[in-house]
Ligand binder design. Structure first.
Ligand code: CA
Length: 235
């Protein structure tokens, strides 16, 4: 389960963010000032941080700078009413991954958050060789993680969040025989109560999008009695 830290001093907005994120299946941590936000970020190692700029005790820029000095790798999305160009430039200079101007729609924020998480996941070692963080290429397939889509032999296919996460997982474990149970543990949230059948269904969907002939898969091979083996190079 991805863990998101929300640092926002306005109680109503903070609660709305926390509720929306929990409803989307995220594990949520919250802080109402910059100093406690910074401590939580460094102690709990969240997968992403939503950071307000105007905060008591320590402002958002101060938090961001301290986080980057401590080499927190998680993406940071600034949420701010201050949408001036200067603030935005300063935010990016300090290492923000995105800048969302208030008021924003929850749907847009969630999209941007997922895109930031996907970019970060796409940049993990092992995938990096042929990935610039947002894109990966294998066989005739080019994946655009930020856009939740891929192009296979000129045909564009949309990817659900889970399909995208599963594909990222396969890319990071190129050539390994992966047990269904392990894939479930690593990719699915236990609260969803997934079964091995869940994986099979998602693999079927992915094969339709990435294989030339889904009945004779060249990328996602079935390993009988075990699970699946992904390979970038078509077999
Ligand atoms: Ca504020």
């Amino acid at each position: 389960m991805k863990r998101i830290l929300v640092v926002e001093d306005e109680p109503i907005l903070r609660m709305a963010l926390v509720d929306a994120l929990r409803a989307e299946g995220f594990d949520v941590l919250e802080a109402s000032d910059g100093k406690s936000g910074l401590h939580l970020a460094l102690r709990e190692d969240p997968d992403a941080v939503l950071l307000d700029l105007m905060l008591p005790v320590l402002d958002g820029f101060g938090v961001l700078r301290a986080l980057r000095e401590d080499r927190l790798a998680a993406p940071v999305l600034i949420l701010s009413a201050r949408g001036t160009e200067l603030d935005r430039i300063r935010g990016f200079e300090y290492g923000a991954d995105d800048y969302v101007v208030k008021p924003f729609s929850m749907a847009e924020l969630l999209l941007r958050l997922r895109a930031a998480l996907a970019r970060r996941a796409g940049a993990t070692p092992g995938v990096a060789a042929e990935t610039d963080g947002q894109r990966a290429r294998f066989g005739a397939v080019e994946v655009d993680f930020g856009a939740y889509s891929l192009v296979n032999e000129g045909v564009r296919h949309g990817l659900s969040r889970r399909e995208l996460e599963l594909l990222q997982y396969f890319l990071a474990h190129d050539g390994e025989a992966l047990e269904r149970e392990r894939i479930l543990e690593d990719v699915w949230d236990p609260a969803e109560d997934p079964t091995t059948r869940t994986i099979d269904q998602h693999v079927l969907k992915l094969r339709k999008k990435i294989e030339r002939n889904p009945a004779e898969p060249q990328h996602i091979a079935t390993v009988h009695g075990v699970g699946y083996r992904f390979s970038r190079v078509p077999r």
